[in-house]
Write a protein that binds this ligand. Structure first.
Ligand code: DNO
Length: 396
């Protein structure tokens, strides 16, 4: 595997020279300053590419080239936006950047309710609490019909929470779910948005009447137009699974399971149409057997996210230490090293440890926590490579 790292551009306090010191080989980044839906010009791409190369690294993967909301729900301007997307793909291909990650999640990208959930060892990690999320859905968004998504027992717990939650806790929950986790990844709601809940409700309304089938058709429509350009410009396009991989807030989510993955790969059956194998996202769905999915889809995987979770009996999930939990990352290294030892891989979502918590990193993207996980994975990769007798030349 190529060891890559998600770097948030020139403003990232974790600098490229720091990354070289810890054994990172390739960079995963995006043109974060370009508004969603606008063209990535060759000039802007090359500027960042050369900056990375001057530090002795290379730009391995784009994460993400965001797919505008209108392409997902099928708005009137979707063809125009797809044309712009195609131009960005062509420019990336011309600059020699071969792997582009995106997602097809309506309105909201990844979802967590806590950004620093304490572990007994003193580190903290990200957490999803189903009751807090249901409270957000039923009491903050006041979504019509929301109660149908939860059991009577869960709704009872939601009411108990509603009776004791403070205003400050409520604000923090809103900030976590729709602002802090979304802004830094070019999401719909940015830091500083004055009325995030109202904005969020308007976005949800765009999907009224759009079910899983319709969203699938819209994804197919998008892929049918974009994949020929990926072929022409030698770009691997790889969708990120929905995180978490289940339905939320009445929105359709269509990259959640074996059946879903098989569907979109067949919808446009071309090697350029592939998957970002995010072990963390997939493992948060109790229906997913992560190593089995890796075996099945290794040949259509273009990029790997190494992360793991544990799903609790009450429906909550927690980010597990990287070598534990439902992700089974050791098995995944074996599977992917055998399939293609040059696949780009990044560790995802480190814990906050040893002072990370005071640095203001983007949620999930600590320095020491991620470096620790990378070192763990590095050891596993070296061991597996020896087992498989993969030599250094093969990894060129
Ligand atoms: C969160 C990330 C996601 C991911 C996008 C890819 O930490 O895993 O935001 O980058 O979904 O499009």
């Amino acid at each position: 595997m190529e060891k890559t790292w998600r770097w948030f551009g020139k403003k990232d306090q974790i600098t490229l020279p720091m990354l070289r010191q810890i054994g990172v080989e390739g960079i995963v980044t995006a043109l974060h300053d370009i508004p969603n839906g606008e063209i990535w010009t060759l000039e802007a791409i090359n500027n960042l590419k050369w900056y990375i190369e001057e530090a002795g690294l290379h730009w391995s993967v784009v994460e993400s080239l965001p797919v505008s909301e209108s392409i997902k729900y099928g708005g009137a301007d979707r063809d125009e936006l797809i044309e712009k997307y195609k131009t960005s793909i062509a420019n990336l291909g011309q600059a020699g950047i071969r792997t582009v990650c995106y997602n097809f999640m309506p309105v909201i990208d990844w979802v967590r309710t806590d950004l620093s959930y304490p572990s007994p060892d003193g580190t903290t990690s990200l957490y999803f609490d189903k009751i807090k999320f249901a409270y957000f859905d039923c009491h903050i968004l006041e979504r019509k019909g929301a109660e149908k998504a939860y059991t009577a027992e869960e709704l009872e717990k939601v009411e108990s929470l509603a009776a004791m939650i403070t205003e400050a806790e409520k604000e923090a929950l809103i900030d976590t779910i729709i602002v802090k986790t979304q802004g830094f990844i070019n999401g719909n709601i940015k830091e500083g948005e004055l009325n995030p809940v109202e904005k969020f409700k308007q976005l949800l309304a765009l999907y009224d009447g759009i079910d899983r089938d319709q969203l699938r058709q819209n994804m197919k429509y998008f892929l049918e137009q974009v994949i020929p350009d990926c072929e022409k410009y030698n770009v691997n396009l790889c969708v990120h699974p929905d995180d978490p991989p289940f339905q939320l807030l009445g929105l359709p989510r269509i990259v959640t399971s074996d059946e879903d993955i098989e569907w979109f790969l067949k919808a446009v059956d071309h090697p350029r149409n592939g998957l970002t194998f995010c072990a963390g996202s997939l493992s948060a769905g109790i229906h997913n057997d992560v190593p089995a999915l890796a075996e099945k889809y290794a040949s259509r995987t273009h990029f790997i996210h190494m992360r793991s979770t544990n799903v609790l009996s009450n429906g909550n999930f927690i980010e597990a230490p990287h070598l534990k939990g439902r992700g089974h990352l050791i098995d995944l290294v074996r599977i992917f090293e055998k399939a293609n030892p040059s696949l780009p891989m990044r560790v995802d979502h480190g814990r906050l440890m040893l002072g990370d918590e005071n640095k203001g990193y983007n949620p999930g993207y600590s320095f020491l926590g991620r470096m620790y996980a990378l070192a763990q994975l590095d050891g596993v990769i070296a061991t597996v490579d020896e087992e498989l007798m993969i030599n250094a030349d093969l990894k060129e």
